[in-house]
Design a protein. Sequence first.
Lengths: 460, 437
Amino acid sequence: MSASGLAGQAQAGRESVGVLRRRNSRPPLSGGRRTLVTALIFLAPALFLLGVLIGYPVVYSLWRSLFDASGNVFVGAGNYLTMFTDPATFLSIRNNVIWVIVAPITCTILGLIFAVLMNRIKWATAFKLIVFMPMAISMVASGVIFRTLFQENPDLGAVNASLVSIHGWFSGGAAYPGARPRENLDITLQKDGSILTDSAVRAGSEQDFPLVGILGTTLPDNAKTAVAAKSAAGGEITGTVWLDFVTGGGGAPGQLGDHKKGLPGVTVDAVDSSGAVVASGTTADDGSYAIGGLKSGSYKIGLPASNFTQGYAGVSWLGPTLVTAVIILAYIWIWAGFAMVMIASGLSAMDISLQEAARVDGASEWQVFRRITAPLLSPVLIVVFITLIINVLKIFDLVYVIPPGSSLPAASVIAVQLWTVSFGGGNDQGLGSALAILLLVLVLPFMIINVRRFRMDRER
Amino acid sequence: MRSQLHRRVFVPLAAVGAIAMALAACSGGGTTSPSGSASQNLKGTTLNVAADWSGAEQANFEKVLAQFSTETGAKVNYTSYGSNVATTLNTKIAGGDPPDVAVIPQPGLLQSLAKAGSLIPVSAATEAAVMKNFSPDWVTLGSVDNKLYGVWFKGSNKSTVWYNTAVYTNAGATVPKTWDDFLAQLKKVSDSGVPGLSIGADVGWPLTDWFENVYIRSAGAEKYDQLTQHKIPWTDPSVIDALTTLSKLWGDSTLIESGGAQRTFGDSVTEVFGTPPKAGTVYEGDFVAGNITSQTKSKIGTDAKFYDFPSVNGSGPAVVGGGNAAIQLKDNKGAAALMTYLASPEAATIWVKLGGFTSPNKAVDMSAYPDPTSRQIAQALVGAKTFRFDMSDQAPSAFGGTPGSGEWKILLDFYNNPSDIQGTAQALEAAAAADYK
């Protein structure tokens, strides 16, 4: 509504009051009542919009929360009871608590650090721009960015890709990741990833290891066709480690031949009854090995896990345990800029003569910050902090976008739960309304604090 | 085409009215005018037809309707109701202005409309055509209280297992017929160095399709219907059986590519048919063909083929799937004639030839399908001894259609921990008890 429109209405209001007074020849309206009427007329459009857009939905939600999913059966406080007993909803309330504790304080502190430091660096504007930029990206887009960054598969997620490559510099990968023994041959893949014979082998005999589960094309170039190892001498155990797979299937499983390739460079251990490694050998290009210098007796023969470990696969960022941390990180990335800009404006509005006076009196920079800057900034800090709390309580988009389906329940917050039970398939708008009321009740105290502060500021 | 978004049913109450009004304002999509030589006995009649098809599917369906116009002289107006057919149709009926004929994707909607008296039972001629051209399961799906209301014009097959032919050839794996052989072939593929199977658990819906396919085979159609209506509990021994069968596969880390719980369904298709392939097999419905074409360079029919979901304990050929049924909402000669026409093989053949369409009509000539793969899909659908509609699609959406709750979440938990068969059955029963009211 334009200003002239408002004025026109007010004019009309006054005239009608005048007409009323003349016709009824009542005593003139007292000054107080007249201002009230004028005020009401001025407020009417705003009140009408507030009523339609806020008042009615709130009251209707409250009313609706007392009914079941169909909307026909009155259930009283039933939905509120469900809310706190249903594990999924309870988890989302717990997550909201974590959010409120972690996100606003981190954002405010980071914003404060950025804002204070910015007073001291060149290129402050460029820096400010970079930190503030995420605010310009829509929440959903930021969510997609973070989801992609933190994908578990190192081929897709940049974070895991860098973790894996850093890890790769320090420890070389195993030669045959994922290999496992052919079944039913008395050789078993152990829980720790090593491969071990089920029964002990006497010194002076042979033990072969037909392995499967590795792509023939990934074998080292020096791999030759596997051959049977020479028969073992007295204090010796010999055998062959080979890839027991023929392209296109076929061949005799567990048997040499058909040009199956040996696996060069595999460590083979002889393990005594106590589990200690007594001797070891390494396979040649044709996959054959020989472990010598054994006392007569029986040994289990094993291929240690170092031959086969899958290698470091990165962290499951978006798994149920870490997903909330990742989402909060995304939130901080976006909102630290907001905190910074607000606090920076508070700083620039500050009278710097106090700080200068303190410095002249010999205060250290920390003392200046601690005793002068921070207290003067506290009104701005509190506004930023409380705004962020309200914002965090209502968080939806990031939590909806970032987690993959399997960890969505673990990451859920009240607003997401509210959407899911009412529209996301649950179709229970009774429970949804109850959740909405809970959210309102949680946000209200902070709203009141904020409004109070504004009022106090004005009175001061 | 079934994707994650299609499964999420959202019905914002306040928006319903607005949408209905908007749709009413812009109804009357395509118009087909009469022209031709045939009997023209319906000249001067105008019929309104509605369905959820839009875009290319709408264009193809309009070609089917155009042929009807040519033959009868009736004018047919098509309106697309978009994905919210149930809401729109109910609003139209309440407003006293239903279309003459609608094509709907949910058997539940057909039932509720028939019970509410909004539907006209099909004419004798249509019934004769349906009896002749469709298998009994489709007749049952279109009937309420022994009266036939629906003609299933389109069908979909969700019992297809897609594999990368190069990976299978390299591993020497063959097409399995039974569940045990299925596991053995997956093992062969894994032995070759590529995991046998890629699963994209996504938000959980692919897992419900796994369960339904195993269940209809291990427990039979009768139990399947009872479980669909929650007349037997999810703790029934037949459910335990099916979960045990599934756990044999899901619990074997040598057969399945790791990371399935966090993989989207689309990614699981790329894993199998991308370059280089990261797995050999992926299971889902006939719509996988669309994923393969749009996401990878693999060619359907040469690089990518499918086989029927393997039989469990000697079960006969069964198909879990979906479909679109034509229903008649107004009692007039034109609408009845259109229903008879839609039940005929001629009507279905028009769309079959255009591609991307499977007809449950067994009188449709298989040679009309444009390529061997779509023909194979249709043969499996028509030749199935048993056809059942997707169970989770018929369940209350809180149970069978909500991310993070109900069947989707519980089967995801089961996928992560396949040894917990009893706990899974109990959790499913608890959720079903709460959501089936």
